[in-house]
Design a protein around this ligand. Structure first.
Ligand code: ACO
Ligand code: KIV
Length: 516
């Protein structure tokens, strides 16, 4: 079997990524990201556009000095001043590259540059030669190649190879191409340019139609050996091809590609979080590879499949891209198998199938009220199930609490006392006070409230409130707990839980000890 070709990963997060409105980075931030990209083992880091500003010049210079294992590149228009500035910024680089470009599409040449094709060709050749005086590693891009005429593209690319360009980067600057078309463009250029074998073909695709990754991969399947991409797909307008998607597609579908990258993919999440943190551009949860849900399973059928054999619903391992592991998210679509598995992971043993079913029913009720059920929710839910199945004499049937500005709060509750439903009402200093008085009026434990505390079990306004109530009677102290998304219901449950303990003295005869 022949060895695979090396697919060069050229990361342009610090240059094209920075062109996203609002994503501009300081010199030190660029150095931090560059160090993370070096650890990811990207081949080339495009650190900026040195002529753009003194700050960007300093940033490219600092990255060139800090990075040793990746090549550092600076962008330059096909102008003497730009090229010289890029050369200056890169002069201390261990390995540097000047990337020069000029637009080749009719619309750009005529309307933007106001130059004829011959003038553009001449300028491109001049720029490449000037850059070659400063470094051996020169890349040339015919900007807007995706809308350029093929004959002119062939002509200008042949000329810049002769002038010394060793990487020819074909940009779909405005994301106009579709995969078949872009793949054929690369194949045609490689076939038609007589000296094509002296250069590496590269691609740089934008995501205006959501096709940047697909177009880049089509190009790779047609002989491109460098892909320009960015972490999290950051970049001008709708962004660039996402590095993580390119790299993981090639790695996962080795059956379709005759090349591979040298990246340490376990560093992908680290880079993704760093770029997102520094730019403030959040990663959408359903983003491929790096989104929070990329390795999360919520629905019962999928969870069951993954628990039985991971590959039923996963084509990559979460750990291979830097997640600690895949995730089973418990929610309203989850099934018993995932529920049981999570309880086992939490070390919770439910005595019987009946207890499991009771806990599962509670879980589904809770899942209808809450988007995501966290481990803490489960702990609370199981505690309640265990308490409930322990032969309780008092149970909450329903409750209604009124609290209105200027009115005395009141509570009306229905409880089952030894199986018989009874209702009672009370008013109080607040809705919780009214609730407790209504319960006490019905149960008549004769105890005194010693402590009341509420905790949010998880974050968010739909979090469950967990209430602890401490009652004292005749020197004996008991603690009751209750949890619910409604803190008044949680309070009632906690009070009733404490009442049940008070009503079972034989089981809990430890005067003065808090019975939790
Ligand atoms: C497709 C891409 O992503 S390309 C990279 C885009 N990135 C950026 O533009 C970010 C950095 N840019 C900048 O800071 C500024 O635009 C600068 C410093 C480069 C230039 O600033 P200014 O000199 O004020 O020019 P301005 O931006 O207004 O206009 C661009 C000029 O460059 C010319 N130009 C554009 N591309 C090229 C090129 N590749 N080669 C030569 N000239 C070019 C334009 O025709 C225009 O010339 P004109 O002033 O004679 O009309
Ligand atoms: C400079 C070039 C490669 C570019 O960013 C583009 O064409 O999108």
């Amino acid at each position: 079997m022949s060895a695979k070709d090396h697919l060069i990963i050229f990361d342009t997060t610090l240059r094209d990524g920075e062109q996203s409105p609002g994503a501009s980075m300081t010199r030190d931030e660029k150095v931090r990201i560059a160090k993370a990209l070096e650890k990811l083992r990207v081949d080339v880091i495009e650190a900026g556009f040195p002529i753009a500003s003194p700050g960007d010049f300093e940033a490219v210079k600092a990255v060139a000095e800090a990075v040793k294992d990746s090549r550092v590149c600076g962008l330059a228009r096909a102008l003497e001043a730009d090229i010289d500035r890029a050369g200056e910024a890169l002069k201390n680089a261990n390995a540097g590259r000047i990337h020069t470009f000029i637009a080749t599409s009719p619309i750009h040449m005529e309307k933007k540059l106001r130059m004829s094709p011959d003038q553009v060709l001449e300028q491109a050749v001049y720029a490449v030669k000037r850059a070659r005086n400063l470094t051996d590693d020169v890349e040339f891009s015919p900007e807007d190649a995706g809308r350029s005429e093929i004959d002119f593209l062939c002509r200008i690319l042949e000329a810049v190879i002769d002038a010394g360009a060793r990487t020819l980067n074909i940009p779909d600057t405005v994301g106009y191409n579709i995969p078949d078309q872009f793949g054929s463009l690369i194949a045609t250029l490689r076939a038609r340019i007589p000296n094509a074998d002296k250069a590496i073909f590269s691609v740089h695709c934008h995501n205006d139609l959501g096709l940047a990754v697909a177009n880049s991969l089509a190009a790779v399947r047609n002989g491109a050996r460098q892909v320009e991409c960015t972490i999290n797909g950051l970049g001008e307008r709708a962004g660039n091809a996402a590095l993580e998607e390119i790299v993981m597609t090639v790695r996962t579908r080795q059956d379709l590609f005759d090349c591979d990258t040298r990246l340490d993919t376990t560093q992908i999440m680290n880079c993704s979080r760093l770029v997102s943190g520094i730019t403030g551009f959040a990663v959408q949860p359903n983003k491929a590879v790096v989104g929070a849900n990329a390795f999360a399973h919520e629905s019962g059928i999928h969870q069951d499949g993954v628990l039985k054999h991971r590959e039923t619903y996963e084509i990559m391992r979460a750990q291979d891209v830097g997640w600690s592991e895949n995730r089973m998210v418990l929610g309203k679509h989850s099934g018993r198998n995932a529920f049981r598995a999570r309880l086992q992971e939490l070390g919770v043993v439910l005595g019987s199938e009946e207890e499991l079913n009771a806990a599962f029913a509670r879980f589904k009720d809770l899942a209808d009220k809450k988007h995501e059920i966290f481990d803490e929710d489960l702990q609370a839910l199981v505690t309640e199930t265990t308490l409930e199945t322990a032969n309780e004499r008092v149970k909450l049937v329903s409750m209604r609490v009124c609290s209105e500005t200027g009115e005395t709060p009141s509570a009306a509750l229905v409880l089952a006392l030894d199986g018989e439903e009874r209702s009672g009402t009370a008013t109080g200093g607040g809705p919780v006070d009214a609730t407790f008085k209504a319960i006490e009026g019905l149960v008549q434990t004769g105890s005194t409230l010693k402590l009341y505390s509420v905790n949010a079990i998880t974050s968010g306004t739909d979090a469950q409130g967990e209430v602890t109530v401490r009652l004292e009677k005749g020197g004996r102290i008991v603690n009751g707990q209750g949890a619910d998304t409604d803190i008044l219901v949680a309070s009632a449950k906690a009070y009733i839980n404490a009442c049940n303990k008070i009503l079972h003295p034989a089981e809990r005869a430890h005067p003065q000890a808090a019975d939790v």
